[in-house]
Ligand binder design. Structure first.
Ligand code: ADP
Ligand code: MG
Length: 360
């Protein structure tokens, strides 16, 4: 038997999943699979292709600060919820989700591990529980304070649909995605300015400061007009973070309609505006990403692009004419290599099904 779980892309709605905003992700075709078998001995063995092997000690699970944490974390969460009545198994992990590319390889590993255990031991975990447990593994064991989006999209993905989700209420709807002769293209800058989680946690604190200063508990209870009126009360950084969140909430709603109406020019404009806000207001871009975005926008076959994921490197997502993908990637790759000596990677991404398991 094996469990599988895809990575994800997010069309728009960035850095708002922990700010009560709307997100608009979809599961991608690339996924992690976890082959599960009864162990020959009494140990829980894990092997991941390209990473190595590890033996989990269920009596003493501690984060090691490496890849094993994402898998140990899942066992740890099951134990925490008293669902760990498992006999020893071996897990073999394999994945074609690129790592650290903003396509959420980490959630795909967590969810695929859970899906394998869920299927093999007939744990009966429903989708909401899979999402919650995988997120807990990342938040409480790995120690990354991610929002709900990655695990949610990996579990809930549906072919040819993106998921428009209200992260305040948890309500969501599937939105059919028919891009005609266009496609979403993800480009990995291959740089990661390791400020990563520190900056992420700081952004969360700055958003909380914005809310506290305005005596509100949610960005959904503040209008843009109110933010502007009360600007003088706010530390400049808290104002900027709030400005991003509130405008991004608006853009995400507009983008859903624009995609349904196939208004490509508007979709492109919203992506571009989202990028400007992530760069200027949320301040999570970096030189290499700016170089890529500027050069991408020179192509007439590109409708719009924005940085995707946590920021400070990683990937961008663009809406482009599908036939132009090889030319865009070849030219951009050459320029980028000349400028930074780094080979970028490009992936066409297509809305695909979510996690599951197969009894093979
Ligand atoms: P991403 O945007 O890809 O989720 P993260 O930094 O959140 O980036 O997660 C990447 C980490 O997830 C890797 O450094 C590794 O520890 C773990 N990981 C990803 N893929 C695998 C895999 N196939 N096997 C084991 N661990 C993996
Ligand atoms: Mg991740």
């Amino acid at each position: 038997m094996y469990g599988y779980a895809p990575g994800r892309a997010n069309i728009i709605g960035e850095h708002v999943d922990y700010n009560d905003g709307y997100i608009f992700p979809f599961a991608i075709e690339r996924k992690t699979t976890v082959l599960i078998k009864k162990s020959d001995d009494s140990s829980f063995r894990v092997r991941s292709k390209g990473y190595g092997a590890f033996v989990i000690n269920p009596e003493k699970m501690e984060p090691r600060g490496d890849w094993t944490d994402y898998i140990q974390g899942v066992f740890w969460v099951l134990k925490r919820h008293d669902r760990f009545h498992l006999f020893p198994v071996t897990l073999e992990v394999d994945s074609d989700v690129p790592i650290g590319a903003g396509l959420s390889s980490s959630a795909s590993v967590e969810v695929a591990t859970l899906a394998a255990l869920n299927g093999f031991f007939t744990l009966g975990l429903d989708k909401a529980t899979l999402i919650a447990y995988a997120k807990e593994a990342e938040n409480d064991f790995v120690g990354v304070q991610c929002g709900i989006m990655d695990q949610f999209a990996s579990v809930m993905g549906k072919e040819d649909h993106a998921i428009f989700m209200d992260t305040r209420s948890g309500d969501f709807e599937y939105v059919p995605i028919d891009l005609d002769d266009k496609t979403f293209l993800v480009i990995n800058s291959k740089v990661s300015h390791a400020l990563g989680s520190g900056e992420y946690n700081r952004r969360r604190a700055e958003c909380a400061l914005c809310l506290n200063t305005l005596h509100r508990s949610s960005f959904r209870d503040i209008s843009l007009a109110e933010l502007e009126n009360k600007r003088a009360l706010l530390p400049p950084v808290a104002y900027l973070r709030g400005l991003h969140v509130l405008t991004e909430i608006e853009r995400t709603c507009l983008c859903k309609t624009a995609l349904l109406e196939k208004d490509w020019a508007l979709v492109g404009r919203l992506l571009t505006q989202s990028h400007s806000s992530l760069r200027d207001n949320y301040q999570v871009s970096c030189e290499e990403i700016e170089y890529l975005i500027e050069n991408l926008n020179q192509f007439s076959s590109v409708w719009g692009a924005r940085i995707m994921g946590g920021g400070f490197g990683g990937s961008l997502i663009a809406l482009v004419e599908e036939r132009a993908v090889p030319k865009i990637l070849a030219e951009l790759s050459d320029k980028y290599f000349h400028r930074y000596g780094i080979r970028l990677e490009g992936y066409q991404v297509k809305p695909s099904k979510g996690a599951g398991y197969v009894d093979s």
